[in-house]
Design a protein around this ligand. Structure first.
Ligand SMILES: [Zn+2]
Length: 313
């Protein structure tokens, strides 16, 4: 079976809230039991904060990061945290999955630039600058009406993240924020879980101009499986993911698209893709549509390339 890179899931936060275990949690959309079908996968685990936690953002983030490491320690035979690209290669050679720790929303910094370095020391390797709302870094996608982009603090964070070899993630960012990142970024950046707005008009999806600019910078956009972002009526199938991928291939070429499932962050799924154990059906459809070579790039090649370019070697 084929391995993959999935640049976004909310599984850690949901498991922690429910007191479930990463090894086996049938009520979730992702667990290690169902990852067994895909040896040597690279899974990003995001720490997302419910807005009720914003007043204690750093404290709550510590709780989730501690839970993340606890779960990985319990399952060290099958999955290990990565800090560098070499860690991914070593895990693959040893037949293990790789876990990438990310933060979904700069709230966790609580406005303190030095917190970024500490999060880096704690193993965080990617940060989605905003969630949907305005924070100290920038305006989120739900604030598009304001036309606000990155704040001065957001610009400092972007510069510091690049120096620390962390991946800058523009998913959830406002349109103006996207263009600020595009203008200021010296390295490739990612949209970990965002689709094409031309195929499904939603503020969480990227316009063709954005997709083109992201690709020109060497970045990758991860296909999001949330039906609301896939199709206007909110009812989706694997074919809708294929429609987005096909449009994005036309706009960006074959080297800039990957997977960003959003597992356990989405209340509904495509009817024929309900959890990570069913990914083989998506890969089969991709191969029929785009051929084996392009499917390999979408499955893992493109995100592996950007991880190689942006993380410390
Ligand atoms: Zn998200």
């Amino acid at each position: 079976m084929k391995s993959f890179v999935d640049a976004h899931c909310d599984t850690i936060v949901k498991l922690c809230g429910r007191g479930e275990e990463l090894l086996e949690a049938p009520c979730m959309q992702l667990d290690l039991k169902r990852l067994e079908a895909f040896p040597r996968a690279v899974q990003f685990f995001a720490v997302w904060l419910d807005p009720v936690y914003y007043p204690i953002a750093m404290r709550q983030t510590m709780k989730y990061i501690a839970f993340y490491y606890k779960q990985l320690e319990k399952n060290a035979e099958s999955i290990r945290h990565i800090n560098t690209f070499a860690d991914i290669i070593r895990n693959k050679e040893q037949g293990r999955h790789s876990a990438v720790l990310s933060l979904e929303g700069g709230e966790a910094l609580e406005g303190e630039l030095s917190a970024l370095e500490i999060y880096h020391r704690l193993g965080v390797r990617a940060i989605t600058l905003t969630w949907n709302h305005r924070n100290a870094l920038a305006d989120g996608a739900a604030e598009n009406v304001t036309g606000g982009g990155l704040t001065r603090f957001g610009r400092d964070v972007l510069r510091e993240m690049e120096q620390l070899n962390m991946l800058v993630d523009v998913s959830h960012l406002s349109d103006a924020g996207f263009w600020d990142v595009e203008r200021l970024a010296q390295k490739p950046f990612i949209a970990s879980h965002s689709n094409a707005r031309a195929v499904c008009p939603h503020a969480r999806n990227l316009t063709d101009d954005m997709l083109r600019a992201l690709a020109a910078k060497g970045g990758v956009a991860g296909l999001n499986f949330y039906p609301v972002f896939l199709r206007e009526n909110g009812e989706a199938r694997i074919d809708d993911i294929i429609r987005h991928a096909s449009h994005m291939l036309d706009i960006m070429g074959e080297n800039h698209i990957g997977l960003g499932s959003d597992w356990d962050g989405i209340g509904t799924t495509p009817v024929d893709l309900q959890h990570t154990g069913e990914l083989a059906a998506l890969f089969t459809r991709m191969e029929q549509e785009f051929g084996a070579e392009i499917t390999e790039k979408l499955r893992e090649g493109n995100f592996l390339r950007v991880l190689r370019e942006c993380l410390a070697p």
